[in-house]
Design a protein around this ligand. Structure first.
Ligand code: SGN
Ligand code: CA
Length: 539
């Protein structure tokens, strides 16, 4: 079992990790924990059975919480892929690490926790989706998907073999790469930090055959707000373009054949609707395609018969089911992969000394408010799954309700490895929470989303979230405030910002927001700076 040397532990507890510069003999001490960081893309907590059994069983992901801790209020600082990854690697909010959206390049002069762990003697590897536009620094080995990557027969950028294409299903391939590295490339004289990063369940949600065969037969419960009309909220919710009925692609997302769209007279949702289908389903080889058509062909046939008599409401029900079938089928494969890697740790005596983390780059709307996608500070996209196992440190089967953020991973891993946490990292180490000590943990988190105008049209906003309230400021082409009473209105349907009964809460939350922006060094002038940079980049 892993034990942090007592003196290091005392220093960490006293000085929050800052004073914990390990002596060089500790750097190579064999018992520093390994770190297995598993992250999927767009995996909402609603689709993990450790959180909710309504939609899917994920027995392998659940194993991590059974042997460790389930965080029920984990959240992100900016609900978008590449910004979240930059926050995770740097331990700094987007406005300081500079990766505010998916378009801005990641500034590789940022210091990242893998670089620091590598310098401290960790063997490091990354497999799967990074989405930075540049290669990761501080890794002994990496094989990453270019950009968003593909579900079938994906391309990879690799550290040692250049650009390669691998035949098969992406989630399984990333899992094989991870297992192969553990088995063939691991240096047993060093601790490792391994990043196992899935593309799934990102849009366009293509499951492998073994799962689409089964999931396309299932029917899933609908969320109570599937037919949300957005009254009771501001302009931002009404103008967002992520409604399942209005904004989802028919071919690309619902997997209606482009030919059938023409036959039925269904126009493309986006002008790349059919191209999205060709770009994903079209990548399959003849055998994969035949298997696909054997299942999706009859679904198309059935839709063809029903479409002429379907109301808009019927279409929404139908499209929600189609969405869930493919989204959840993609997750089932992630769960398989997690199981295979956990089994490997068990079989090779690595479980006891390995911190295993499962999380997503952000949450996702699974029909709540009629939506797919993320971006908003509203719960389903703001919260993210987090399950952590560390035998001997975390009590099995425990639950933590604190507002931890993806900002906290870097300091946590450095702290666990006994490496000094740089003073400019903004997250906090979660080690005390792992041990069950929740005293003096933060009581509010800060959030800031930037990517607008852009796909899905979610307006720029920042906000502060406490256990009781959520205060949001939408800015740029509007100037609107929203306040939600989290205890009374868990579905976030009633903006009470202008309600006189909440005047005191508004004053208090406004003051807290001002303080937290100052604390994290965000400001109106930085907002303006990023608006200018965004406009320049778009030109
Ligand atoms: C793609 C998706 C969007 C998604 C962004 C960002 N469309 O553009 O729906 O919001 O990625 O996602 S797709 O049909 O081309 O997949 S992120 O996870 O990378 O931030
Ligand atoms: Ca994502």
């Amino acid at each position: 079992m892993f034990r942090i040397p007592c003196i290091v532990l005392i220093l960490v507890l006293l000085f929050g990790g800052e004073a914990c510069q390990p002596a060089s003999d500790q750097v190579t001490a064999p018992k520093r924990p390994n770190i297995l960081f598993i992250m999927s893309d767009d995996h909402g907590y609603q689709a993990i059975s450790a959180y909710s059994r309504k939609l899917i069983q994920t027995p392998n992901i659940d194993r991590i919480a059974e042997g460790g801790m389930l965080f029920t209020n984990a959240c992100v600082t900016n609900s978008l892929c590449a910004p979240s990854r930059a926050v995770i690697l740097t331990g700094k909010h987007s406005h300081l690490n500079g990766k505010i959206d998916n378009n801005f390049p990641f500034d590789t002069t940022n210091m990242t926790f893998p670089q620091l762990l590598h310098d401290a003697g960790y063997q490091t590897a990354m497999f799967g989706k990074l989405h930075f536009g540049n290669n990761p620094k501080g890794f002994d080995q990496f094989k990453i998907l270019p950009g968003q990557g593909h579900y079938y027969n994906p391309d990879f950028i690799t550290k040692n073999e250049g650009n390669i294409t691998v035949e098969g299903y992406t989630t399984d391939i990333i899992t094989d790469m991870t297992l192969n590295w553990l088995d063939q490339e691991r240096d047993t004289t060093k601790p490792f930090m391994l990043m196992f990063l899935h593309k799934a369940p990102h849009r366009e949600w293509l499951p492998p055959e073994r799962h689409y065969k089964e999931f396309t037969k299932r029917t899933f419960p609908e969320p109570p707000t599937l037919f949300d009309d957005y009254s009771g909220r501001g302009t931002a919710a009404r103008e967002a373009e992520m409604n399942i009925l209005e904004n989802m692609n028919w071919a690309g997302d619902s997997k209606i054949y482009p030919d059938l769209m023409d036959e039925l007279g269904i126009p493309q949702t986006m002008n790349w609707d059919k191209a999205a289908f060709e770009g994903e389903v079209g990548r399959q080889n003849a055998e994969q395609r035949a298997a696909w058509d054997a299942v999706y062909g009859p679904i198309n046939e059935d839709f063809k018969k029903r479409y002429p008599t379907m109301s808009r409401e019927d279409l929404m029900h139908w499209r929600y089911q189609r969405y869930m079938q493919d989204y959840l089928g993609s997750i089932a494969a992630v769960d398989d992969g997690v199981g295979r890697v956990l089994d490997y740790l068990d079989a090779h005596g690595l479980t006891d000394n390995t911190i295993v983390v499962y999380t997503s780059d952000q949450g996702f709307f699974l029909g709540e408010h009629g939506w797919f996608d993320k971006r908003f500070i509203y719960n389903e996209s703001f919260k993210t799954p987090l399950l952590v196992r560390w035998p001997g440190v975390i009590q099995p089967g425990t639950v933590n309700t604190q507002m931890v953020q993806n900002l906290d991973f870097a300091p946590t891993f450095l702290n666990a490895a006994g490496v000094r946490i740089p003073a400019d990292m903004q997250g906090v180490s979660l080690l005390p929470l792992f041990r069950g000590d929740t005293a003096n943990f933060r009581d509010a988190v800060y959030y800031h989303y930037y990517e607008y105008p852009a796909i899905h049209m979610v307006k720029r906003h920042y906000g502060i979230v406490t256990e009781d309230y959520k205060l949001i400021h939408f800015y740029y082409d509007i100037d609107e405030w929203e306040l939600y009473d989290r205890k009374k209105d868990s579905l976030e349907l009633h903006n009470v910002f202008a309600d006189p009964a909440y005047a005191g809460v508004v004053r208090n939350m406004m003051a807290k927001l001002k303080d937290i922006r100052e604390k994290y060094h965000d400001s109106d002038s930085l907002d303006q700076y990023y608006i200018r940079k965004y406009d320049e980049l778009k030109k």
